[in-house]
Design a protein around this ligand. Structure first.
Ligand code: ATP
Ligand code: MG
Length: 390
């Protein structure tokens, strides 16, 4: 029978939180595989997925689950020398290689043959039955691993790299400010990788922004459900605030004020939805609103932690990740964002906080913010969603 062995990632180093980590990972895997007929069991060092369903499909899903160091597809046999030998030979014969090594570990110390001796025994068996191969203990092309336990023995030869990181949810929840751009979905991915369970907030300004732009954001969320099977998206109607800014604020400060409004609304939504931090796609120096002076003036409207996973990455590094996670092609679709539609020609690069506050006093933004928060639309997006119409 085939069985998938899951080795834990960084969580092995967090001894105090070990059980929380393992249970979270267990629940995440269970949820991700809920459409498959699987039996999942766990212990302190491993998790096991037994199934008769399509192994490759399951492995592909597991590859995106954070907290997994590596995945191994093993053959499970009874702990009985003859059975192990027959299967080890059969497994080795199914791949071609020139050099190899056998490595045995015994969880069951009652097994009568030592690990070293057993490796030698299987090695001789392979040498006798497979042509033109030799042992290389230092740098083998093919490593056959045998784990002997009391009842069963696992035989395998290839470790598939897992996604690493921490299981989504162990760090608590965060609210991701998700635009249709390249940076914020990458930030969401990186935050999830650190164990933050994300919810998303998107600011739209209909009729200045279209339904297509909103669908693009939904599609991005759907893409992120590879890592977190169900994600909540909050859509904030930002039109009245943007129009008020356009009417009342000096063009050079429009973006600064707009972003201060976004932060204020996001903070309220964050608290309403039991999130512990905001996450966004700001990157130092990328645009006028992302100079350190701008960030300070914008950030000063809130005292919650703001995580900026791509703050210190180059655009090309961000694009590499976006390509890898499949968000890039969606992000470059040409739909307008609420940040771009009222874009002034010369936004201030080093805004002054007193000036920003004075500008804001020209309209009753508190009321507009309360209405925007109250009218937020909440959508649940799952990995079973059909593609959104974009
Ligand atoms: P991105 O590529 O993620 O759009 P950007 O480089 O275009 O980022 P900005 O438009 O200045 O930068 O936005 C900076 C960050 O503010 C975004 O990464 C995102 O986290 C947040 N943000 C911007 N616009 C919106 C929006 N319409 N809804 C939600 N969050 C937004
Ligand atoms: Mg943007």
């Amino acid at each position: 029978m085939k069985l998938i062995l899951i080795k834990y990632g960084e969580l092995t180093t967090k001894s105090g939180n070990r059980n929380i980590f393992i249970n979270m990972l267990y629940n995440n895997i269970k949820k991700a595989l809920e459409n498959y007929n699987v039996k999942i069991t766990k212990n302190r060092v491993r998790m096991f997925v037994e199934t008769e369903d399509n192994i490759d499909e399951i492995v592909n899903i597991l590859k995106n689950i954070f907290g997994i160091h590596s995945i191994v597809v093993a053959t499970k046999v009874n702990t009985n020398t003859e059975e192990i030998e027959t299967n080890a030979l059969q497994i080795a014969k199914s791949t071609s290689f020139k050099t190899f090594k056998v490595e045995t570990s015994r969880a069951d110390k009652n097994f009568p043959i030592s690990s070293m001796e057993f490796s030698k025994r299987i090695g001789s068996l392979l040498l006798k039955n497979i042509k033109d191969i030799k042992v290389d203990v230092h740098n083998p092309e093919y490593l056959l691993e045998i784990e002997i336990r009391e009842d069963y023995t696992y035989i395998y030869h290839k470790e598939i790299e897992g996604a690493g990181g921490y299981p989504v949810g162990v760090a608590g929840r965060g609210l991701l400010m998700l635009s249709g751009g390249i940076d914020s979905p990458v930030s969401g991915y990186l935050a999830m990788k650190r164990g933050i369970k994300i919810e998303c907030v998107y600011f739209e300004s209909p009729p200045h922004t279209s339904e297509m732009a909103k669908n693009k954001v939904k599609h991005l969320v759907e893409c992120l459900t590879k890592y977190e099977p169900s994600i909540t998206l909050h859509v904030v109607k930002f039109t009245d605030i943007q129009e008020a800014i356009y009417k009342n604020i000096d063009p050079t400060y429009m973006i600064t004020i707009m972003r201060r409004m976004m932060y204020r609304i996001a903070t309220k939504l964050m608290e309403k939805n039991s999130c512990l931090c905001l996450v966004n796609g700001e990157s130092v120096g990328q645009v006028a609103s992302q100079t350190l002076t701008s960030m300070k003036v914008i950030n000063s409207v809130t005292n919650v932690p703001v995580i900026r996973p791509v703050a210190c990455l180059d655009k090309l590094e961000i694009i590499d990740i976006a390509r890898k996670i499949g968000t890039y092609d969606i992000s470059i679709l040409p739909y307008e964002d609420c940040c771009t539609i009222f874009l002034p020609k010369h936004p201030v690069i080093n805004p002054n906080i007193d000036k920003a506050i004075n500008f804001e006093e020209t309209f009753d933004y508190e009321k507009l913010i309360t209405v925007a928060v109250e009218n937020t639309e909440t959508i649940e997006i799952t990995n079973k969603e059909k593609e959104f119409d974009i």
